[in-house]
Design a protein around this ligand. Structure first.
Ligand code: PGA
Length: 256
């Protein structure tokens, strides 16, 4: 079955107001007539700016979202508030929110539940550490993460999620697993989803890869079986690189 392709940029704690504005003024110069789903996750403060500046189908994505909807939760932003700015996607469980903000799989499960109850598509990040990779524990880690994160989520809601497989050791390091490993592991994630729900859900769920994706390796990765897209950090800061990535994938898709 053919699923959509995704190219999503996570800007992390980069770009101030001026830089966000400049990014879109350059990026918007290229008219992208594409079926690829693409978008950017700026710092929360600039979601509104990005929503105003972006053109066409470009998504504006939150880098995180609270599992709470309102109340005494200092420093958080809720799904309800994201929707005020037409933000319909949120990254949850990124390894940096796990590392620096104390987010774990149970919290990710609560965030996913909040997203699904409030019309936000969660982009769920999972992945193993270098130590776990070296100890050949990747599949075990991924299984445990998926089982905890999807606890209590019904099949209908599961199809509204996006999974991003991001090995921790590949994020921002310039290192990536081999294409064979990426393909195998994205296939494995689909298998776990199938066991948890059913074949139909597993076939529908978009699975992205993230970790040191750039304009040179993007096409080879997205071509892989079971890889439906890319979650890109560093390289997504540059409009020319993102345009090159999207255009190259488009050319490949039209030839396919
Ligand atoms: P990177 O980041 O592309 O800079 O490795 C990916 C991510 O953190 O999602």
């Amino acid at each position: 079955m053919s699923r959509k392709k995704y190219v999503l940029g996570n800007w992390k704690l980069n770009k101030n107001l001026d830089e966000v504005t400049k990014f879109f003024s350059t990026f918007n110069k290229t008219k992208l007539n594409t079926k690829i789903v693409y978008g950017f996750a700026p710092v929360g403060l600039y979601l509104q700016t990005a929503s105003k500046l972006k053109k066409g189908n470009c998504l504006v994505i939150a880098q995180d979202v609270s599992e709470q909807i309102e109340g005494s939760y200092t420093g958080q932003v809720s799904c309800k508030q994201l929707k005020d700015f037409k933000v319909k996607h949120a990254i949850v469980g990124h390894s940096e929110t796990r590392k620096f903000l104390g987010c774990d799989d149970k919290v990710v499960n609560a965030k996913v539940t909040a997203c699904l109850n409030n019309g936000i598509t969660p982009i769920i990040c999972i992945g193993e550490s270098l130590q776990q990779y070296k100890a050949k524990l990747t599949k075990k880690v991924l299984t445990k993460q998926i089982n905890t994160i999807f606890k209590g989520i019904n099949a209908n809601n599961a199809t509204k999620c996006i999974i991003a497989y991001e090995p921790l050791w590949a994020i921002g390091t310039g290192l990536t697993p081999t294409t064979k490993e990426i393909s195998n592991l994205c296939g494995y994630i689909r298998k776990v989803i199938k066991q948890l729900f059913n074949t139909n859900i597993a076939n529908k769920l978009p699975i992205l890869y993230g970790g040191s994706v750039n304009d040179n390796n993007a096409l080879n990765i997205i071509k892989l079986n079971d890889v439906d897209g890319l979650l890109i950090g560093g390289a997504s800061l540059c409009p020319a690189k993102m345009i090159k990535i999207i255009k190259n994938i488009d050319i490949w898709l039209t030839k396919k």
